[in-house]
Design a binder for this molecule. Structure first.
Ligand SMILES: Cc1cc2nc3c(=O)[nH]c(=O)nc-3n(C[C@H](O)[C@H](O)[C@H](O)COP(=O)(O)OP(=O)(O)OC[C@H]3O[C@@H](n4cnc5c(N)ncnc54)[C@H](O)[C@@H]3O)c2cc1C
Length: 756
C-alpha cells in the first residue's frame, strides 16, 4: 500500500471544499419533516376484516417504484415482503427489516418512518395502505375522487439534499386545484445545479398533471422528492389526502426515429460536451443525448482540470513561460501505474492537457483561474500550477461546495457547437439504452428512452460513449470492489457506456482502479434536525480525527498511517480508498467518551476539518466540555453512523470475529467494557476503470483491434491512465483533464471518420 502525502491547499479552497462536499443528487433517502400524517386507522384485528390472500402494491420511493407484497389471513397481516431494489442500498434498502417488523407489529400502515429513510418509509406506507384497501375490498385511494382542498396558501417543509436546513415551500390552492408552488428556502443549491433543475422542470409538471405520481427529475431526485413532500404536506394541510394524489400519468409508447447524423454522443457531461464541440467544429452533424435534465454532469460541479503548460494560462500566470516539467510528471505517472502498456496515452494525456485547454478556451470560450496558489497538487508542493480552476460566474460569487458554478460555460459551449451546423441538435432527459446494430453487427445508432416514455432511435455513423463511469451501479461496484461506495457525485453514472461498449465486443481496462476518493466523513449524513449543526460537527470530528485507533469493517486494525494520508488542514484523503468497504471506524472507550463529556475534545479532534459535509456547524475549542456527547452518539447510532456495545455485542453487530475485534480494541472478547465505533467513510466522485481505448479513443476489442465507429471518453475511458488495485492518479485534476483531452480526440476522430 502506498501512502500519499498531500500538499496543503489554501484556506479558501479548503473551506469551500469542506463547506460543500455534497453529493450530487445522490441524495439518499430524503426525509420530510412534515411527513403527511398517516390517515388510515389501524386495522382492528377483528375476524373477517380481510379477504385472505396475497396482495401487491406499488408506490414511488426515492429511486423509483417500490413494491410491497403482503399475505393476509382473515384477521391479520401474516407476512410482508418488500422489493426496495430501486432504493439506495445503505439507506432505503437497509430500512427493509425494520419496516417489515413495524408493519407486522402495528398491523397497519400507521408505523414510524425509519430515520434517514423517510421517503422509502413513506412509499412503503402508501403501497401498504393500498394493499390493505385491496384486502378489505375498498376502492384504491388513488383511483377515488380526490378529497376536496380548501383554497389558500399553505407552507410546508421537507428535508432534502442540503445539509444545513430543510427545504420550505408555499403551495397555493385555487378553485380546489394546485395553482402555484414556490420554494422559499433551500440549501440544495449550494451543492450543485440540481435544485434549480428540479425547480424548473418538476413544478410545472406537478401543476400540469395535478399529480405527485410523476417521475422525479433525472439527476435531481432528492430535490424532486423534497418538492413533492412539500406539496403533499400542503395538500394535507388544505384538508385533502395526499395519498390520493399519486396517480402516475400514462407513459408514451411512441417511437421516434432521428436519422442522418455523423456523430451521436451519449451523455452530455464534461467529456460528452467537449466531444460534441470538437466534432461540430470539425464539420460533423452531431446529435447529443443526456439522461439528466441539465447539461454538464459531474463536470459542472468540480474544481477544474490538470493543465500542463497551457499557453493561455502561462500568459496569465507565468510570464508566458512553461510552468511544469512534463517529463517529471510523465516519469511519476509511469512509476505510479507500474507499466508502460499505455505509455503513449499517458504521454498524450500530459502533453495535450495544456494545448487542449487552449483549444477550448480559444474556440468555445472556456475560462479558467486559480493558478495563483488556489489549488496545488496533492502530492508535490513544487507542482503548484499543475491544476487550474474553472472561472465562476462574472462576480465569482457562486460556488458549490466542490467548485465554482461553471455550468454556464458548458451550456455556452454547447450552444455555440450546436449553431455550427443547422442539423446539430441535442436532447435532455433522453437516456441511452443500447446500441443499434445492422444485420452485420455494425453500430448504426443508439436506442434511447425519453422521460415521457417515448422511444427514440438515433442513427449516426459514429457513437461516442460519455456516460461517466459506474459509481451509481451497485452490482458493478460489488463485482469489481466487493462493496458500494458513498457518492459525492452523480449516481446517474450507472455504467451504461461501459455496458454498451461491452455489448459491441469492447474490452475493459483497469476496472479495479479504486474509485476517486479524497474526502471522508460519516457515511450517513444527518440532514434532519435531530442534531444541531454544531452537534453534527462533533460527530464528524469523532469520525475523521486521526486521534483514535481505527478499525476496519472486518474488525481488524486499520493503521492511521495507511489509512488516509489525511491532510489535517484540508481533510483530503487518498488512502481511505484502500480500506475494505471504503470505510473504517474510529474506536472510543467509555472512558474516552466520559472524558470528552467532562474535559472536551482533544486539540487534534477539535481541529479536525469538519467543513466537508459539515452541516454548517463549528467545533467547540479543545477542552470545552461536551455535556451532550451521549445524545450525539445515540442519534449517530440511529443513523447507522455509530455502533456501541461490548466487544461481543459489537462483533455481532459488525458480523466479525469477536476475538479479532476485541484484540483490535485492546481488550478481551469477554470484556464488559463499552466501546463506541464511529464510522468514517470515503466519499467518492466516481469510478475510474473503463472501456479499453487506443490513442484515438476508439474502443478496443479483447484482441486489441479497434471498433472503428465506437469511441469512449471521460470516465468511460479513464482506466487507461490508471492501474488496477491502486487509487486514482492522485496528483489532482487528472480526471477532468482527461475529459478535455479524450473529448477532443474522440470528437475530431469521429468527425473525420464520418466525413471520410
Ligand atoms: C463533486 C465532484 C468534484 C470533482 N472535482 C474534480 C476536480 O476538481 N478535478 C478533476 O479532475 N476531477 C474532479 N471530479 C471528477 C469528475 O467527475 C470528472 O472529472 C468528470 O466529471 C468526468 O467527466 P465525464 O464526462 O466522464 O462524466 P460527467 O461529467 O459526470 O458526465 C457523464 C454524463 O453522462 C450522463 N449519463 C449517464 N448515463 C447516461 C445514459 N445512459 N444516457 C445518457 N446520458 C447518460 C450523466 O447524466 C452525466 O451527465 C469531481 C467529481 C465530483 C463529483
Amino acid at each position: 500500500m502506498k501512502k500519499h502525502t498531500l500538499g496543503m491547499i489554501s484556506v479558501m479552497t479548503a473551506l469551500s471544499m469542506a463547506a460543500c462536499s455534497a453529493a450530487t443528487d445522490v441524495p439518499e433517502a430524503t426525509t420530510a419533516s412534515e411527513t403527511p400524517a398517516a390517515t388510515e386507522e389501524s386495522v382492528e384485528s377483528s375476524s373477517n376484516a380481510y379477504k385472505a390472500g396475497t396482495y401487491t402494491g406499488e408506490a414511488q420511493g426515492h429511486g423509483g417504484t417500490i413494491k410491497v407484497t403482503a399475505e393476509f389471513t382473515e384477521d391479520a397481516i401474516s407476512s410482508v415482503s418488500l422489493d426496495l431494489s430501486v432504493e439506495t442500498e445503505s439507506i432505503g434498502q437497509a430500512a427493509s427489516e425494520t419496516l417489515i417488523k413495524e408493519i407486522l407489529d402495528n398491523q397497519s400502515a400507521d408505523f414510524d418512518a425509519v430515520s434517514g429513510a423517510t421517503e422509502t418509509s413513506d412509499a412503503v406506507r402508501r403501497a401498504l395502505k393500498d394493499i390493505i384497501d385491496q384486502a378489505k375490498g375498498i376502492e384504491r385511494s388513488d383511483s377515488k375522487e380526490k378529497t376536496a382542498l380548501t383554497d389558500g396558501t399553505y407552507t410546508a417543509s421537507a428535508t432534502s439534499f442540503g445539509f444545513t436546513g430543510d427545504m420550505v415551500g408555499e403551495v397555493t390552492v385555487k378553485d380546489g386545484k394546485l395553482s402555484d408552488i414556490k420554494i422559499t428556502e433551500e440549501t440544495d443549491s449550494v451543492t450543485g445545479q440540481w435544485f434549480k433543475t428540479a425547480e424548473e422542470k418538476l413544478i410545472p409538471r406537478i401543476l400540469e398533471a395535478q399529480s405527485l405520481g410523476i417521475d422525479s427529475v433525472s439527476g435531481a431526485t432528492a430535490s424532486s422528492g423534497a418538492i413533492k413532500k412539500i406539496v403533499a404536506g400542503a395538500i394535507d394541510a388544505a384538508g385533502g389526502n395526499s395519498d390520493e394524489w399519486y396517480q402516475a400519468p400514462a407513459k408514451s409508447t411512441e417511437t421516434v426515429k432521428l436519422e442522418g447524423y455523423d456523430v451521436v454522443v451519449v451523455g452530455l457531461g464534461g467529456s460528452g460536451i467537449l466531444s460534441y464541440c470538437a466534432a461540430a467544429k470539425a464539420g460533423a452533424k452531431v446529435f447529443g443525448l443526456e439522461q439528466a435534465a441539465a447539461l454538464g454532469g459531474n463536470s459542472a460541479s468540480v474544481y477544474g482540470p490538470m493543465a500542463i503548460n497551457s499557453k493561455n494560462l502561462a500568459e496569465k500566470y507565468n510570464d508566458g513561460k512553461d510552468y511544469m516539467d512534463a517529463d517529471d510528471l510523465y516519469d511519476t505517472w509511469i512509476e505510479y501505474v507500474e507499466t508502460d502498456k499505455k505509455a503513449d496515452i499517458i504521454r498524450k494525456a500530459i502533453d495535450d492537457s495544456g494545448t487542449t485547454l487552449d483549444y477550448y478556451m480559444d474556440n468555445f470560450d472556456f475560462e479558467f483561474d486559480g493558478m495563483n496558489g488556489l489549488l496545488g497538487s496533492f502530492v508535490r508542493k513544487d507542482w503548484d500550477k499543475e491544476w487550474t480552476v474553472y472561472t465562476a460566474d462574472e462576480n465569482n460569487t457562486k460556488w458549490y461546495i466542490l467548485g465554482p458554478d461553471h455550468s454556464y460555460q458548458f451550456i455556452r459551449a454547447m450552444e455555440k457547437a450546436k449553431a455550427m451546423n443547422k442539423d446539430n441538435d441535442y436532447m435532455l432527459e433522453l437516456k441511452g439504452e443500447e446500441l443499434i446494430t445492422d444485420e452485420s453487427g455494425n453500430i448504426t445508432g443508439v436506442r434511447c428512452t425519453y422521460y415521457d416514455g417515448t422511444t427514440y432511435e438515433v442513427y449516426g455513423k459514429n457513437v461516442i460513449l460519455a456516460t461517466g463511469g459506474f459509481i451509481g451501479n451497485d452490482d458493478m461496484m460489488k463485482e469489481y470492489f466487493g462493496y458500494t461506495a458513498n457518492v459525492i457525485g452523480d449516481t446517474l453514472a450507472k455504467g451504461d457506456g461501459i455496458r454498451m461498449g461491452q455489448s459491441a465486443g469492447g474490452a475493459t481496462y483497469a476496472m479495479r482502479t479504486l474509485p476517486m476518493i479524497h474526502l471522508s466523513q460519516v457515511p450517513n449524513i444527518i440532514r434532519t434536525g435531530d442534531l444541531t449543526a454544531d452537534q453534527k460537527a462533533i460527530l464528524s470530528a469523532l469520525a475523521i480525527t486521526t486521534e483514535a485507533p481505527e478499525v476496519t469493517i472486518n474488525g481488524e486494525k486499520w493503521g492511521a498511517e495507511d489509512a488516509s494520508g489525511t491532510d489535517e488542514s484540508t481533510g483530503l484523503t487518498v488512502g481511505i480508498a484502500y480500506a475494505p468497504g471504503f470505510m473504517y471506524y474510529t474506536a472510543w472507550s467509555q472512558e474516552d467518551i466520559d472524558n470528552i463529556r467532562t474535559n472536551g475534545l482533544s486539540e487534534t479532534t477539535a481541529n479536525a476539518n469538519v467543513n466537508f459535509i459539515g452541516n454548517g456547524g463549528t467545533l467547540p475549542a479543545a477542552g470545552t466540555p461536551v455535556p451532550d456527547i451521549d445524545t450525539i452518539l445515540s442519534v449517530g447510532e440511529e443513523f447507522n453512523d455509530v455502533l456501541s456495545g461490548t466487544p461481543l455485542e459489537l462483533a455481532e453487530k459488525m458480523n466479525v470475529d469477536p476475538t479479532t475485534l476485541a484484540e483490535t480494541l485492546g481488550t478481551t472478547k469477554d470484556s464488559k467494557d463499552k466501546f463506541y465505533l464511529v464510522a468514517c467513510a470515503g466519499w467518492s466522485y466516481g469510478t475510474v476503470g473503463s472501456l479499453d481505448v487506443d490513442i484515438n479513443m476508439n474502443v478496443l476489442r479483447e484482441d486489441g483491434t479497434p471498433i472503428e465507429n465506437l469511441y469512449a471518453v471521460g470516465q468511460d475511458s479513464e482506466g487507461v491512465c490508471n492501474a488496477d488495485g491502486k487509487a486514482y492518479s492522485p496528483w489532482g485534476g487528472q480526471a477532468q483533464s482527461w475529459t478535455f483531452v479524450s473529448g477532443r480526440i474522440a470528437g475530431e476522430n469521429a468527425a473525420k471518420s464520418a466525413l471520410g
